[in-house]
Design a protein around this ligand. Structure first.
Ligand SMILES: NC(=O)c1ccc[n+]([C@@H]2O[C@H](COP(=O)([O-])OP(=O)(O)OC[C@H]3O[C@@H](n4cnc5c(N)ncnc54)[C@H](O)[C@@H]3O)[C@@H](O)[C@H]2O)c1
Length: 249
């Protein structure tokens, strides 16, 4: 996929899906800003990209904090120049049945995923309007499509919100040359799922039911993102692409 000469900003780029997307977009020709709460991890990814000859920057961001997002986006502009591609991948996992789903836990989930996606997109999109070209890719989840399972009401709601945000913005920004799409991954082998407090055996049972009989890898999701972010993906907007091994059809 071709992305030569563009600048991409990826949140959650220190780990898992965001990391794989950062590396893949760099391979496809973008310079890359790797944003994450864990700046050490983001720096390691940026260093890996820089060794391939592309410009890369690591910046610390908490997507749940508007001022932190503003600082990080300003950093990216000062170092790389205008932002043409935004990928919102920062995320957290948590299992809580409704009885345990205290308001604080609910709000935290929405704040990182849904509000974080809004904050970063809003801080960055003006460059794309000015360029008359842009790509916004929001990482949702297959849980937004099928509810995920017990204990995921806050997660599924946040991710479904991201899909609504994506589709509305696709209407709004399309005339400015900007596509806005969501990716709704199924189960992917990243640190997120291992630290989430999932019921024992849940993931093995889910993989055993999948038509493809394997868990997703971060590169599976990066390939979908590479298409949506590419020049060739320009006719695709307001869509939800769901690499999920057949979990949701
Ligand atoms: N792994 C899966 O099975 C799966 C499935 C569907 C969707 N997703 C989504 O994919 C995205 C990436 O998840 P992953 O599996 O790669 O997890 P991961 O834990 O490997 O990566 C998530 C990254 O987000 C960062 N992050 C978390 N909160 C942040 C904040 N407030 N500000 C900035 N950065 C923050 C973390 O530091 C981490 O580097 C998430 O949005 C997740 O919900 C994952």
């Amino acid at each position: 996929m071709s992305l030569l000469g563009r600048n991409a900003l990826i949140t959650g780029g220190a780990s898992g899906i965001g990391r794989a997307i950062a590396l893949r977009l760099a391979r496809d020709g973008t310079d890359v800003a790797v944003l994450d709460r864990h700046v050490g991890g983001a720096q390691a990814v940026a260093d890996e990209i820089a060794r391939t000859g592309r410009r890369a920057l690591a910046a610390e961001v908490d997507v749940a904090d508007t001022a932190s997002v503003a600082r990080a986006v300003a950093d990216v502009r000062a170092t790389l120049g205008p932002i043409h591609v935004v990928v919102n991948s920062a995320g957290i996992a948590d299992f809580a049945p409704l009885a345990d789903l205290a308001e604080e836990r609910w709000l935290r989930m929405l704040d990182v995923h849904l509000n974080g996606t809004y904050r970063v997109t809003r801080a960055a999109f003006a460059d794309m309007v000015a360029a008359g070209w842009g790509r916004i890719v929001n990482v949702a989840s297959a849980a937004a499509l099928n509810g995920g399972g017990p204990g995921l009401a806050h997660y599924a709601a946040a991710k479904a919100g991201i899909i609504g945000f994506t589709r509305a913005l696709a209407h709004e920004l399309g005339p400015s040359g900007i596509t806005v799409n969501a990716i709704a991954p199924g189960l992917v082998d990243t640190p997120l799922i291992h630290g989430a407090g999932a019921p024992a055996g849940l993931y093995d049972a889910a993989v055993a039911r999948l038509p493809v009989r394997r868990i997703g890898q971060p590169r599976d999701i990066a390939a979908a993102c590479a298409y949506l972010a590419s020049e060739e993906g320009g006719f695709c907007t307001g869509q939800v692409l769901s690499p999920n091994g057949g979990a949701v059809m």
